[in-house]
Write a protein that binds this ligand. Sequence first.
Ligand SMILES: Cc1cc2nc3c(=O)[nH]c(=O)nc-3n(C[C@H](O)[C@H](O)[C@H](O)COP(=O)(O)O)c2cc1C
Length: 175
Amino acid sequence: MDSSEFLEFLTTRTSVREYGSTPITDAEIEYILSCASTAPSAGNLESWDVILVKDEDVRLCLCDAAFNQQHIEQAPVILAVCANYVRSMSRYGERGILYALQDASIAGTYMMLAAHSLGLQSCWTGAFDDEDVREVLDLPQHIRPVVLLAIGRGHPAPTRTSRMAAGEHVHNERW
Ligand SMILES: Cc1cc2nc3c(=O)[nH]c(=O)nc-3n(C[C@H](O)[C@H](O)[C@H](O)COP(=O)(O)O)c2cc1C
């Protein structure tokens, strides 16, 4: 893949919130998780974990925890990517909180892009009640849910969402 193909790959990903009923295969899930395993992490500690959710009842509970966002119930697979504070803080102390959040975010991003490379659709979902998700998924206190990544088979959005010009993010040398 050359650089223009890479940009094309990135720009053709869109968030999709409606999915058909065709399941995601085990091979697809395995591929997505393998891709996530290549993500960089602070100290190479990989301070993230993921709960693979396929069960309809659990998805329904997660949908409630995510303020009734219907795509969470509808997606055949939810990857609940979590920061593992203990793994990171054991080496980095308080700074480990930030590192674990970064590790989980990067791993989740890799999963989202891996799904895209398979022609699957996804929606990064960050709006949820932490405590409710914690309860639904039996998460221990040192595990913080970072993203509910909904993955399914849908139709890419016909038009891309707009973006700020890249330069608007940039401050040269100083803020
Ligand atoms: C941190 C974060 C939180 C998000 N939370 C939600 C969410 O709770 N529900 C939702 O439908 N989309 C959510 N999104 C998806 C964004 O709405 C979407 O990425 C953005 O509008 C750009 O559209 P695109 O992904 O199609 O390019 C979230 C994305 C990010 C990065």
